[in-house]
Design a protein around this ligand. Sequence first.
Ligand SMILES: N[C@@H](CCC(=O)N[C@@H](CS)C(=O)NCC(=O)O)C(=O)O
Length: 321
Amino acid sequence: MDFISDVEKKMGDMLGGSAMLCQKGDETPHEVLYFPITALGEPIRLALAVGGFPFTDTNPRNCETFQERKKELSPLGEAGQVPILVLPDGKTMCQCRAILRYLGKVCKFEGAPLYPTDPIAAYEADALIELCEDMRSPLGATFAISDQAEKEAARAALWAEGGKQKKWAAALDATLAKDPMKTLTIGNIYAFCIVNMFRTPTFLDGVPPGVFDEHPAIQKHHDWVANLAPVLEYYKEKDGIRVAFQPLPKPEPEPAAPSALEASQIVRQEGKIKQLEEVGAPDGAIDAAKDILKAMKDKYQEVHGKEYVAEPEAEAPAPAA
Ligand SMILES: N[C@@H](CCC(=O)N[C@@H](CS)C(=O)NCC(=O)O)C(=O)O
């Protein structure tokens, strides 16, 4: 079973779309051919979305003739793989990171191209992409494992202590910790997409949930990119595996802990009521003190999960002989 039939079998409707005869419509000048999963197609889709270029998203679930079109359109012919980008003038491109660099030169965010023109900034973007490849590539070998349990165990091992992907995730975290997270580049887009390929919900069975939980810079980077207006807009209606591309859920605020209330405070209040009764205080004052005592007992029960029970009075010490 190959990569895609494996994923298709597992994910079913989570990937969305249904097969039909397909042809690129005239209304969207660009076309992306890829599978309905995220993986290597997603950085291209997202760069187009950020750049404001509408595109037709062609995949085997919405295109019955996908395999034929792939071979027909790929610059590599029979050997062709996806993603493939078709430009408005009909030129076709393959090799996802080469496509991304092309798009980085023509797509802008806040007036700046996504592939920086400054050589050092361009190097930083490229180095980030390569680091993501270091993290992603150990996964490749697991697609060849036919036994499901064995495959899942192999994937889990990549993220376990000493696992290759865990090691590269730590290096990615350290790298992103130095990123000012101010200027969006193709490096950031690639990192966002490749990280989210492994974030739950993922199409990769066996990858444990929460593999980035211990990586604050990766999480911060995710929220920075996910909250940029065009990114937020692109994913807001998406479901299934693309939920992982939306902003991280905010942690539920801890319920305010009821303030501690000790038995000694109740004992003191009881003493106060006794004193008021002894001095013949007005009924109103005694009733008010009793109301406070009741509220204190209720609070005690809420805090301690049990009813307040008065401690038995200590026996008076026997008089010395
Ligand atoms: N070097 C290519 C690799 C692309 C690739 O591995 N594509 C896979 C899916 S991720 C593919 O098309 N598999 C199906 C096939 O080979 O027919 C790139 O970076 O774009």
